[in-house]
Write a protein that binds this ligand. Structure first.
Ligand code: ZN
Ligand code: ZN
Length: 362
């Protein structure tokens, strides 16, 4: 285990002690990756005060040895992960109270715990590892920075090729090829390219609409580096912007700037959300900002903490969050500007730097 993983396991052990648990069964793959470095698609991890055991199958026998350190005991299961789990737990004689993650265990697997795991006391937990993941260490911030760099270079390539007559999916194709060329391991989510009136649909996928002069084109996408995601949105206009387009755009731009400047660790997610929402409201577009301001990014593109009207949890130092205000007017179009911001002890550090002025694509 490289040092970051050891520190993460130790932080988890402190939590287990506080929760009065002898062990935690970790079944979510991003949580497994964060704790051990293992990036395969099949695995279970058991963490106790003394041991970390990773169960996976023969497909990953070589990969797992490359990815995890000697601190992790790897068990390659002969049959199923669950059969292996009973054997591993059975050998951990002092383990009685075992936490499981209630958000990541499907009902069929929960029934296995009840039927075959009757020897142990199963305790539901929520977000134990997720909360630890909120604060990024330097290796994680470096990976996110890489993913942002890839996304920004891909966006520059895309904007140099975008033109009326292309469909949204063609633009997404240019973007996604450019992401791959920049080294992105994956796409964190299907890239959003929404043009004209469709830009008013906050989660539109790229469709077969043909871009025309005068359209807003909203592009929301990301890259993945060492498993870590970036998440960026820019909205451009094809040709010359109208006065109305510019006016509404500037409201979103100012909301983004205010929130990026004033968001800070120690603030509740709801107070961060208000930084942009109150401004948009005061400018008369309150009803048109129908989603939350942002979310954490990391191994997953949507993770804790949340920046939303209902988010009471405090934003921790080290979180990397998105700031993504938007205004959406049905039939007219929509604008969103999304940046990725690191909450340091001394204030926010905006990691993404792509031009936020309204770009007119000629
Ligand atoms: Zn996004
Ligand atoms: Zn986002």
């Amino acid at each position: 285990m490289t040092d970051p993983h050891r520190a993460r396991i130790n932080a988890l052990r402190d939590r287990l002690a506080a929760l009065d648990l002898d062990a935690l069964l970790v079944s979510s793959l991003p949580n497994i990756r964060w704790l051990t470095g293992f990036s395969g698609s099949s695995g279970l991890v058991v963490v106790t005060a003394r041991e970390v055991v990773l169960l996976t199958d023969f497909r990953y026998a070589t990969q797992v040895e490359d990815e995890v350190s000697d601190d992790v005991r790897v068990v390659i299961v002969a049959q199923s992960l669950w059969t292996g789990l009973w054997e591993v737990l059975g050998a951990l004689l002092t383990v009685q109270r075992v936490g499981f993650d209630s958000a990541h265990l499907v009902h069929r697997d929960f029934q296995r715990l009840l039927e075959k795991g009757g020897r142990w006391q199963w305790r539901p937990t929520t977000d134990v590892v997720e909360q630890l993941r909120e604060s990024k260490d330097p290796t994680e911030v470096a990976a996110i920075r890489r993913a942002i760099g890839m996304a920004e270079s891909a966006l520059a390539t895309t904007l140099s090729q975008i033109a009326p007559g292309m469909t949204e999916t063609m633009v997404a194709g240019v973007l996604e090829k450019a992401l791959r060329d920049a080294g992105s391991e994956d796409y964190p989510f299907p890239s959003i390219v929404a043009s004209g009136a469709r830009s008013a649909l906050p989660h539109a996928r790229a469709g077969d609409r043909t871009l025309a002069t005068g359209d807003f084109v909203l592009i929301d996408f990301g890259a993945v580096a060492h498993g870590y995601c970036s998440d960026i949105t820019r909205t451009v206009v094809l040709g010359k912007a109208t006065e109305e387009q510019r006016e509404v755009y500037d409201v979103v731009k100012e909301a983004n700037a205010r929130a990026s400047r004033l968001v800070e660790a120690g603030m509740r997610g709801m107070d961060a959300d208000a930084l942009a929402r109150e401004y948009i409201h005061a400018r008369g577009f309150g009803e048109a900002f129908g989603h939350s301001l942002g979310h954490g990014i990391g191994l997953e593109v949507h993770e804790a903490p949340r920046l939303a009207k209902t988010a009471e949890a405090v934003l921790p130092v080290g979180a990397v969050v998105t700031i993504e205000p938007g205004i959406y007017r049905p039939g007219w179009g929509g604008i969103r500007i999304e940046d990725d911001v690191l909450l340091t002890e001394s204030g926010p550090l905006v990691l993404s730097g792509f031009d936020r002025d309204l770009l007119e694509i000629m």
